[in-house]
Design a binder for this molecule. Structure first.
Ligand code: GLU
Length: 385
């Protein structure tokens, strides 16, 4: 067989996907495993959104749309950000993509030249460094401390800036730590981007999952250098429908769409319409989000208290649906510790390795409350409490 490209040979597989696939494979094989791997809501999407998808099919909305997404959906996105975040975008600043992942990829491909550095607070989501690498860039991690609840330190970010820095990534609430970054910290980071003429890539997929504190829209300060990435997966429980979007200055939106037009064209037309209805049905969607948020919060409280009681120090996450547990009392190597949890407790987690969180593992509490309680009991049996 002829050889593969150097680019693809250097690319690691997504460990969030890999560990989730492993958990599902075990389940299929009849093993009673609790999957705390994927960050995927266990709720079905709200009924009005499902009905909209049926309606889209019935109305024959089965053709290509504009590569950047329908004008109606982009207008609904503009309205959402105006209504909820006080941001003033226009539809030509919005590019709808096949998931937040593609929006991020479009952004990195459009702003990075080979060797450009991107500062990413760590622990970080596994796909940032992979996508930055695909775009020829270099990830410069800046460690956040568990003692600080994994909130980034603007001074540490400032110290990491070099003449090669092109962008800073912020992600609040954070996957994988659940940290909700205070407004003052985000503003200090945004000011650094302004002072050093950098892009700010703000991943806001978890906006609607904040339990304490408030969500901060980063694009309020320097919209001319900010790429806001959002999507329908988390707040609207539409993971499999693959709808993400980016809001950016017009020239960058055009560039990202040029790329997308050569790679995938538009995101799924039926899912675009359903997302439009989700965004337009303001009250029904807000009620759904309030209901899911309350459920996640209950699970979080159960899980985080349980893990800390078991001697597995876990900072309280104030958003998203992830907890980062320090597993070093089980084993100093997080992959070994995660394997112990899988094999002995039959609880599947994602080891911190690819999040740059050595000694830790990410537990997603987007599974049912009963499963969270059962997982804590099973882990208790393994750690001997
Ligand atoms: N964002 C989710 C997670 O981190 C889905 C998996 C993925 O796309 O990486 O688990």
């Amino acid at each position: 067989m002829p050889q593969f490209s150097a680019l693809i040979q250097a690319l690691r597989a997504s460990s969030t996907i890999a560990f989730n696939a492993k958990a599902l494979e075990l389940k299929r094989a009849g093993v009673d495993v609790i999957a705390m791997t994927a960050g995927e809501p266990d709720f079905q999407p709200p009924a009005h959104v499902l009905a909209a998808a049926h309606e889209a099919i019935d109305r024959g909305m089965t053709k290509y749309t504009a590569s950047e997404g329908t004008l109606e959906l982009r207008q609904a996105i503009v309205n959402k950000h105006a209504r909820e975040n006080g941001l003033a975008f226009t539809p030509d600043q919005v590019v709808v993509s096949t998931g937040g992942k593609q929006s991020l990829y479009n952004a990195f491909m459009s702003i990075l030249d080979p060797g450009d550095e991107v500062i990413v607070p760590a622990p970080y989501w596994v796909s940032y460094p992979a996508q930055i690498q695909l775009a020829g860039g270099v990830t410069v991690p800046v460690a956040c401390r568990a003692e600080d609840g994994f909130v980034p330190d603007p001074e540490a970010i400032a110290a990491a800036i070099t003449p090669r820095t092109r962008a800073i990534v912020v992600n609040s609430p954070s996957n994988p730590t659940g940290a909700v970054v205070p407004e003052g910290v985000l503003k200090a980071i945004a000011d650094l981007a302004e002072q050093h003429d950098l892009w700010l890539v703000s991943d806001e997929l978890y906006e609607h999952l904040v339990y304490e504190g408030t969500f901060t829209p980063v694009a309020q300060w320097y919209p001319e250098r900010t790429v806001l990435v959002h999507g329908a997966s988390k707040g609207y429980a539409l993971t499999g429908w693959r709808i993400g979007w980016a809001c950016a200055p017009v020239a960058l939106a055009k560039a990202m769409n040029r790329l997308q037009g050569q790679v995938t064209s538009n995101a799924n037309a039926v899912a675009q319409y359903a997302t439009q209805v989700a965004l337009e049905s303001v009250e029904a969607t807000a009620a759904f989000q309030a209901m899911t948020r309350a459920a996640y919060r209950e699970r979080r409280d159960l899980l985080v208290a349980g893990l800390n009681d078991l001697g597995l120090p876990t900072p309280m996450p104030h958003g998203a649906f992830y907890a980062m547990a320090d597993l070093r009392t089980i084993d100093p190597d997080e992959t070994v510790a995660a394997t112990v949890l899988l094999e002995q407790a039959r609880v599947a987690v994602v080891p911190g390795t690819d999040f740059l969180a050595p000694g830790f593992a990410r537990l997603s509490y987007a599974c049912s409350t009963g499963q969270v309680a059962e997982a804590v009991q099973r882990i208790a049996a393994v750690v001997g409490r």
